[in-house]
Design a protein around this ligand. Structure first.
Ligand code: ADP
Ligand code: MG
Length: 344
C-alpha cells in the first residue's frame, strides 16, 4: 500500500487507527474540523492545527509576507468557526529557511497581528527552528464553544436543507490566474483582483458562525470548505451516514467568477464544485429553520444560500439541474495531498 493508493484521508484514518488511548475528557478526536474536550461549566474547548508548507500551500513569489501571516491564522480560525466556536489563543511553530529575511518575518508577524486583533485571539507562544530549504508554518488555535451550540460534521438528516455562506470557486480560480500569469487572460483587473484576493486573503466566516451559534435554529451539521464543496460535503455525508442533492442553479457564484469563466471558456462548475480554499461555511438545518437563518444573513456579513438537501442514501451525491435532470457527482473532486491533481 503506498501513499497514492491511501490518499490523504486514507492515510489519516490509518495513522489514527494506531492510536488507542482515549481520554474520558476528549469529546471529539480525529475526524472533524476541531478536536473538542470537556472543561468545567457550559463550554467545550475546541482545538485545531493546520500546517502550511512553501510550494504546497503558498508560493513566495505570489503572496506577500503580510498576506501569508493573515492567511495562516485565518484558515485556522475558519476551523474554529466551523464548530460554532470562538478562538482564544494560538501557538505558532515555524521552520525558517536562511533565504528569508528578518524584514520578511516582521511583515509576516504584522499580518498575524492584524488577524489576531480582528478576531480577539492571542498569539501566546510557539517554537522556531531553522529549516534547510522551505518555509514551514504550523498554527494551533484553541477556542471555546457553548456545549449546546457545538456544530460538528455528524448529524445531518434526510430532508435537511444544505446552506452555504458567500460564493464558491473564486479562490481556486484566483489560484489558476496566479499560476499562469503570462497567459493572456481576458478579464478586467477588478475581476482578477476579486478572485485573487479571495485566494490570498480569505476571510474566516466568524460573523456567520456567531450568528448561527447565537440563533435558536437547529444546525444539524457544519464544516468549513477547505478542500472543495463536493469533498467537504462528502465529509458531512460520511460522518452523518447520508447523501445529498445539490441544485446546480442555486450554487452561489460571484459575478467576477462568472465573467472570467465565460470570457476564457472555462467551466464555472469545475471551480464551484471542486475548487478548494473557499473557507465558506457549509451547514445543514431543518426546512423549518431555513427562513430564520437566511433572514439574518446581514448579521452574518455574508449572503447565505440554500443549495440542496440531504437524502437518505449514504454517500450518494447528485447534481440536480433546473429541469430536474439528475447526474451523479463523480468523486474524488477536490484536493488530496497524496493523490494526483493539484490544489484548485
Ligand atoms: P481540516 O481540513 O478541517 O483542517 P483535515 O482534513 O486536515 O481537516 O483533517 C481531518 C481530521 O484528521 C482532523 O480531525 C485532523 O485533526 C485529523 N488529522 C489530520 N492529520 C492527522 C495526523 N497526521 N494524525 C492525526 N490526526 C490527523
Ligand atoms: Mg475544516
Amino acid at each position: 500500500m503506498d501513499f497514492a493508493e491511501l490518499g490523504e484521508f486514507g492515510l489519516i484514518a490509518r495513522l489514527g487507527s494506531r492510536l488507542h488511548f482515549r481520554s474520558p475528557n476528549v469529546k471529539i478526536g480525529i475526524g472533524d474540523d476541531c478536536a473538542v474536550y470537556e472543561c468545567a461549566g457550559d463550554k467545550y474547548q475546541v482545538v485545531t492545527a493546520d500546517a502550511l508548507l512553501e510550494k504546497v500551500h503558498f508560493n513566495l513569489s505570489t503572496i506577500s509576507a503580510e498576506q501569508l501571516g493573515r492567511k495562516a491564522l485565518s484558515v485556522n480560525i475558519s476551523d474554529i468557526a466551523a464548530m460554532g466556536g470562538v478562538p482564544v489563543l494560538a501557538l505558532i511553530s515555524l521552520g525558517v529557511p536562511r533565504k528569508l529575511t528578518v524584514k520578511f518575518l516582521d511583515a509576516f508577524y504584522d499580518g498575524l497581528d492584524q488577524i489576531s486583533r480582528k478576531y480577539g485571539v492571542e498569539l501566546a507562544g510557539g517554537d522556531t527552528v531553522a529549516s534547510p530549504e522551505l518555509f514551514y508554518i504550523n498554527i494551533t488555535v484553541l477556542g471555546e464553544a457553548k456545549k449546546d451550540r457545538l456544530f460538528t460534521r455528524r448529524g445531518a438528516r434526510p430532508g435537511d436543507k444544505i446552506l452555504v455562506t458567500g460564493s464558491l470557486g473564486d479562490s481556486a480560480l484566483g489560484l489558476k490566474l496566479l499560476r499562469s500569469p503570462r497567459r493572456n487572460w481576458s478579464a478586467t483587473s477588478r475581476d482578477k483582483k476579486t478572485v485573487v484576493e479571495k485566494h490570498l486573503d480569505p476571510e474566516p466566516r466568524m460573523a456567520a458562525s456567531r450568528m448561527l451559534a447565537g440563533s435558536d435554529a437547529e444546525i444539524t451539521s457544519m464544516i468549513d470548505i477547505s478542500d472543495g464543496l463536493v469533498q467537504d460535503l462528502g465529509h458531512i455525508c460520511t460522518a452523518s451516514g447520508v447523501g445529498a442533492d445539490l441544485h446546480a442553479e442555486a450554487l452561489p457564484q460571484s459575478a467576477a467568477l462568472k465573467r472570467i469563466c465565460s470570457r476564457n471558456r472555462l467551466d464555472c462548475m469545475e471551480f464551484v464544485l471542486g475548487g478548494g480554499e473557499d473557507y465558506e461555511l457549509l451547514f445543514t438545518t431543518t426546512p423549518e429553520d431555513v427562513k430564520k437563518i437566511t433572514e439574518r444573513s446581514q448579521k452574518a456579513e455574508a449572503p447565505i444560500a440554500v443549495i440542496g438537501e440531504i437524502v437518505p442514501e449514504p454517500g450518494k451525491l447528485s447534481l440536480v439541474a433546473e429541469n430536474g435532470w439528475r447526474e451523479p457527482i463523480r468523486k474524488p473532486r477536490g484536493y488530496d495531498h497524496f493523490k494526483r491533481g493539484e490544489k484548485g
